[in-house]
Design a protein around this ligand. Structure first.
Ligand code: 3K0
Ligand code: CA
Ligand code: CA
Ligand code: ZN
Length: 323
C-alpha cells in the first residue's frame, strides 16, 4: 500500500470503491463498466458521465485516460477528481450541469492497474513504469509505446525487454492497451467515431503535448497544417489556464507507439497528453508528490478540462472554423 505521507492516494481497491460510491451517489449521472482485464486479471474500469447515462445519446463524447504509467499515481487522482467534479457539482453548478447534459464523458482512471499495484506492493515505491507482462528477457511493456500508429518506427521506443520504453512484441501486445483500443473502436457508431477529444494523463513536468510524437515534423501523413494549427491553438489555450508548457510531443522527445498518435491517426480524436505536477524534480522523486498536493494539482486542471469539453462538439471551432 502507499506509505505514510501518501495515504491520500487511492490503491486499486480504494479506487474501485470510490467508483462504486460515485455510482450509488449519482445513479442518474453515471454508469460503471469493465472494458476487460489487465495481464494479471484486474478489471480496467470505465465510467460514463452524462444525463441518461444508460442511453447512448447523440451527444459528443470525450475520453480521459489515466495511469498508463504505473508510478504516475497522481493521474489516478486526476481521473477520480474529474468523476467527482462532474457529478457532485451537477446540481449546484450550471456550467457543469450543461456540460454533463450535452456530452458523454468517459473516464478510465487506471489503464495499468497491475503496474500501479506492483509499484506500492512492498510499502516503498519501486518507480515502476510499465505493465507486469513478462517478456523474453524481463518484465513489462511500456503501454505508451505499444499503440498501433507507426509502432516502433522511429527510435522512439526500445526493443529490449528490460527497457522502461520496451514497445512489446507487436502493436497492442499489451492486454491493457488492447482493451482501451477495443473500447475506443467500439465508439464508432454508424461509421462515425463518437469520441471527439481525449486527454491522456501523465506525470511529471507540467506540459501539454499533442501529436505527432513519432516525427519532429509539425505536419505528416494524416495531420495537415490546418489540423496542426488546431492542436497548437487548443493546446496553448489550455496551457494558459493551467500554467503548463504547450508543445508538440516530439519537441520533448520522439516517441513511437504513443496513445496520442494512434487516437489521432486511427480516429481523428483530438488527443492530448498532460504531464502534471511537478515541473521538475531530482529523478524519480517527481513521480511521488505528497498527498497534500493532490487537491491543488488536480483542481489546477479544472478550467483546461472544461475548455476541452466546451469544444468537444467541434474542436476546430477554437480557430474559428466550423465542423
Ligand atoms: N509520463 S512520461 O513517460 O514521463 N512522458 C510520456 C510523454 C508522452 C508523449 O511524449 O507523448 C512518455 O514518455 O510516454
Ligand atoms: Ca446524455
Ligand atoms: Ca453518444
Ligand atoms: Zn507517463
Amino acid at each position: 500500500d502507499f506509505p505514510s505521507g501518501y495515504t491520500g492516494y487511492h490503491n486499486y481497491a480504494e479506487m474501485v470503491s470510490e467508483l462504486n460510491q460515485a455510482v450509488s451517489d449519482h445513479p442518474n449521472l453515471l454508469t460503471l463498466r469493465s472494458i476487460g482485464k489487465s495481464y494479471q486479471g484486474r478489471d480496467i474500469w470505465a465510467v460514463k458521465i452524462s444525463d441518461n447515462p444508460g442511453s447512448d445519446e447523440a451527444e459528443p463524447e470525450a475520453l480521459f485516460t489515466c495511469n498508463q504509467h504505473a508510478r504516475e499515481h497522481l493521474t489516478v487522482e486526476m481521473c477520480l477528481h474529474i468523476v467527482k467534479r462532474y457529478t457532485d457539482n451537477y446540481a449546484s453548478n450550471s456550467t457543469i450541469r450543461n456540460t454533463v447534459d450535452s456530452r458523454e464523458i468517459w473516464v478510465i482512471p487506471s489503464v495499468n492497474p497491475d503496474g500501479a499495484e506492483y509499484d506500492i506492493a512492498t510499502g516503498s515505491f519501486r518507480a515502476w513504469r510499465k505493465n507486469r507482462q513478462p517478456n523474453s528477457t524481463a518484465v513489462g511493456t511500456d503501454p505508451n509505446r505499444n499503440w498501433g500508429h507507426q509502432w516502433g518506427c522511429c527510435g522512439g521506443s526500445s526493443g529490449s525487454g528490460s527497457s522502461d520504453t520496451y514497445r512489446g512484441t507487436a502493436a497492442f501486445s499489451a492486454p491493457e492497451v488492447a482493451r482501451v483500443r477495443d473500447f475506443t473502436n467500439s465508439r464508432v457508431v454508424g461509421g462515425v467515431q463518437q469520441i471527439k477529444s481525449h486527454i491522456d494523463w501523465h506525470t511529471y513536468s507540467e506540459l501539454i503535448l499533442w501529436p505527432y510524437g513519432y516525427t519532429y515534423n509539425d505536419t505528416a501523413p494524416g495531420l495537415d497544417a490546418t489540423q496542426a494549427n488546431v492542436f497548437q491553438t487548443m493546446g496553448r489555450r489550455m496551457a494558459a489556464l493551467n500554467g503548463y508548457t504547450p508543445q508538440q510531443a516530439s519537441d520533448l522527445y520522439v516517441t513511437d507507439g504513443s496513445v496520442d498518435d494512434w487516437m489521432w491517426a486511427a480516429h481523428k480524436i483530438w488527443s492530448y497528453t498532460f504531464e502534471m505536477y511537478p515541473k521538475s524534480a531530482s529523478g524519480t522523486s517527481g513521480f511521488y508528490p505528497r498527498d497534500t498536493q493532490i487537491a491543488t494539482q488536480t483542481a489546477r486542471n479544472d478550467t483546461a478540462v472544461q475548455l476541452l469539453l466546451d469544444y468537444t462538439d467541434c474542436v476546430p471551432r477554437i480557430t474559428g472554423r466550423t465542423c
